[in-house]
Unconditional design. Sequence first.
Length: 69
Amino acid sequence: METTLLDQGVALMLVGMGTVFVFLTMLVLGMMLMSAIAVRVMSAMSNDNASEEEIAAITAAITQHRKNN
Protein backbone atom coordinates (compact mmCIF):
# COMPACT_ATOMS: atom_id res chain seq x y z
CA MET A 1 0.00 0.00 0.00
CA GLU A 2 1.33 3.40 -0.94
CA THR A 3 1.27 6.21 1.60
CA THR A 4 0.03 9.48 0.30
CA LEU A 5 1.15 12.93 1.24
CA LEU A 6 -2.06 13.37 3.23
CA ASP A 7 -1.37 10.19 5.25
CA GLN A 8 2.14 11.39 6.05
CA GLY A 9 0.79 14.78 7.11
CA VAL A 10 -1.75 13.21 9.44
CA ALA A 11 0.90 10.93 10.95
CA LEU A 12 3.26 13.87 11.47
CA MET A 13 0.44 15.89 13.05
CA LEU A 14 -0.42 13.07 15.47
CA VAL A 15 3.22 12.57 16.47
CA GLY A 16 3.67 16.31 17.03
CA MET A 17 0.49 16.71 19.03
CA GLY A 18 1.31 13.60 21.07
CA THR A 19 4.77 14.95 21.85
CA VAL A 20 3.38 18.31 22.97
CA PHE A 21 0.70 16.60 25.08
CA VAL A 22 3.27 14.37 26.82
CA PHE A 23 5.61 17.32 27.43
CA LEU A 24 2.87 19.52 28.89
CA THR A 25 1.61 16.67 31.07
CA MET A 26 5.12 16.12 32.43
CA LEU A 27 5.47 19.86 33.01
CA VAL A 28 2.23 20.04 35.01
CA LEU A 29 3.16 16.99 37.08
CA GLY A 30 6.63 18.40 37.75
CA MET A 31 5.17 21.71 38.86
CA MET A 32 2.71 19.96 41.16
CA LEU A 33 5.57 17.94 42.68
CA MET A 34 7.70 21.06 43.21
CA SER A 35 4.74 22.84 44.79
CA ALA A 36 4.19 19.96 47.21
CA ILE A 37 7.89 19.95 48.11
CA ALA A 38 7.89 23.73 48.62
CA VAL A 39 4.85 23.54 50.90
CA ARG A 40 6.48 20.78 52.92
CA VAL A 41 9.77 22.67 53.24
CA MET A 42 8.07 25.95 54.16
CA SER A 43 5.95 24.27 56.82
CA ALA A 44 9.06 22.65 58.27
CA MET A 45 10.90 25.99 58.27
CA SER A 46 8.12 27.90 60.02
CA ASN A 47 9.23 27.61 63.59
CA ASP A 48 6.83 29.28 65.99
CA ASN A 49 8.98 28.38 68.98
CA ALA A 50 11.15 31.50 68.77
CA SER A 51 11.73 33.18 72.10
CA GLU A 52 11.08 36.85 72.76
CA GLU A 53 14.83 37.49 72.95
CA GLU A 54 15.38 35.98 69.50
CA ILE A 55 12.59 38.05 68.00
CA ALA A 56 13.99 41.21 69.60
CA ALA A 57 17.49 40.43 68.31
CA ILE A 58 16.23 39.80 64.78
CA THR A 59 14.18 43.00 64.82
CA ALA A 60 17.16 45.01 66.04
CA ALA A 61 19.42 43.50 63.39
CA ILE A 62 16.95 44.32 60.61
CA THR A 63 16.52 47.88 61.89
CA GLN A 64 20.28 48.39 62.08
CA HIS A 65 20.75 46.99 58.57
CA ARG A 66 18.08 49.31 57.16
CA LYS A 67 19.67 52.34 58.83
CA ASN A 68 23.09 51.50 57.36
CA ASN A 69 21.80 50.89 53.85
